[in-house]
Design a protein around this ligand. Structure first.
Ligand SMILES: [Zn+2]
Length: 91
């Protein structure tokens, strides 16, 4: 199986959060519902252990999807492997 790096999650969230200029053209706006909804989806798609991924992210200031991009990218090395589900590890 392929191991999933933190970088892959960052790329995924960048796409989902969709940072872009707001209507005024001066500010920046993005999509985030103040939860880890995108991260959870990413974990399901990639067979990752969401509870462990969540603990890792929250321990590094990422309490919602956009905070991962704001806070975790500075603290978690991009090459860090995200924890896979136990049954996936046994394959
Ligand atoms: Zn957010």
């Amino acid at each position: 199986m392929t191991r999933v790096t933190f970088l892959k999650l960052v790329r995924y969230l960048e796409e989902r959060c969709n940072f872009h200029k707001d209507d005024s053209g001066f500010g920046v706006t993005w999509t985030c519902d103040n939860s880890l909804a995108f991260t959870k989806k990413f974990c399901e798609k990639n067979n990752l252990d969401f509870a462990h991924v969540k603990a890792l992210l929250e321990g590094n200031g990422g309490f919602c999807d956009c905070e991962i991009l704001f806070n975790c990218v500075e603290r978690i090395s991009k090459g860090t492997f995200l924890p896979a589900k136990a049954e996936a590890q046994m394959k």
